[in-house]
Design a protein around this ligand. Structure first.
Ligand code: GDP
Ligand code: MG
Length: 310
């Protein structure tokens, strides 16, 4: 494992300690002292999975698969559950769509407070460290504070920013930003967007327009429409994903605040229920706290024995 990978793997492991205790720790602990696999034990397992935000649908699916294997011993039941979860996570692999020949445009969408602006700052810092030129577009024009916040991050990370006045048309901000990256051959444009307007349909129309402006001004853009979901919001995230996907064609998910929840089981629910790939994980408030998502690594971090506290 490279030093860099070791670094973020330990970051991931640290972020999911509460989830690991709430999920794997509890699954292990209910099997202690039990001698047989009965309905009561199945029920307890279900409750633990649902309690960790794996979601009812995915939980029932996991338990059904496990039942078919007819575990005889409680520890075997535990192992089968771990196996099923690993299977669900295995195929998820996070990689942002980057354009080879033209500037890459990443449009970031999501409900207010989920972590859009913070994730944009983290991404900008990462691209910058890779030697890429970055432009941020403040297309969340709904609140003056949103523009200011993005500007603070742009200064801190030392990347350029395009902004208009508060209340300006987000489509116009996006238009200017695309003209700028084409003129300067900037490597990456990241577009911040609003998360709440007076009505939901208003917001969705606005986002659809931002997307159309990208498409019209640069063939292939936006290369990524990244939906930010707050891991502490649980199953609500699944609904948000469906809604945003219908209107703005989400291409990937970033799950933030994994460090602030014991309910990281939401990753399992998302991997199982949505056909959208989880690409990034936010695990803290600093610029370094952004990890490329890999289901295989996630399940390894979750199931590696040494830090499970029973
Ligand atoms: N602990 C933690 N906090 C985060 C993470 N990502 C964002 N936040 C915090 O969540 C709050 C809202 O973030 P912000 O980027 O402003 O959300 P936005 O409204 O979607 O743009 C801020 O206080 C961030 O510091 C994360 O991965 N972990
Ligand atoms: Mg914001």
């Amino acid at each position: 494992m490279s030093e860099e990978k070791k670094g973020w793997f330990s970051r991931l492991k640290k972020a999911i300690i509460p989830t690991k205790e709430g999920l794997i720790g509890r699954i292990a602990s209910v099997t202690i002292g039990r001698t047989k696999v009965d309905e009561e034990l199945y029920q307890e397992m279900e409750d633990i999975l649902i309690g960790a935000d794996v979601g009812v649908t995915t939980t029932l699916k996991i338990i059904e698969q496990v039942r078919e294997k007819r575990p005889q011993e409680p520890t075997q039941l535990k192992d089968f559950i771990v196996e099923e979860i690993s299977l669900i996570l295995k195929h998820e692999e996070g990689k942002l769509n980057m354009s080879e020949e033209s500037p890459t445009v990443i449009m970031v969408v999501g409900v207010n407070g989920t972590g859009k602006t913070t994730t944009i700052a983290k991404l900008a810092a990462r691209f910058k460290a890779e030697g890429k030129s970055v432009l941020l577009a403040a297309a969340d024009t709904f609140r003056a504070a949103a523009i200011e916040q993005l500007e603070i991050w742009a200064n801190r990370v030392n990347v350029s920013l395009i902004k208009h006045q508060p209340g300006a048309d987000p489509g116009a901000v996006t238009y200017d930003a695309i003209q700028s990256i084409k003129a300067r051959n900037t490597d990456v444009l990241i577009v911040d967007t609003a998360g709440r307007l007076h009505t939901k349909s208003n917001l969705m129309n606005e986002l659809a327009k931002v997307r159309r402006v990208c498409q019209a001004q640069l063939p292939g853009a936006p290369h990524e429409v990244l939906l930010i979901l707050d891991a502490t919001c649980g199953q609500n995230g699944l609904l948000q994903a469906k809604q945003f996907t219908e209107t703005v064609g989400v291409t990937g998910l970033a799950l933030t605040k994994l460090d602030g929840t014991a309910k990281g089981g939401i990753v399992i629910a998302i991997s199982d229920q949505l056909s959208l790939p989880v690409k990034l994980i936010g695990c803290g408030e600093t610029l370094e706290d952004l990890i490329d998502f890999s289901g295989a690594d996630f399940s390894r971090a979750l199931f590696e024995e040494e830090t499970v506290q029973v």
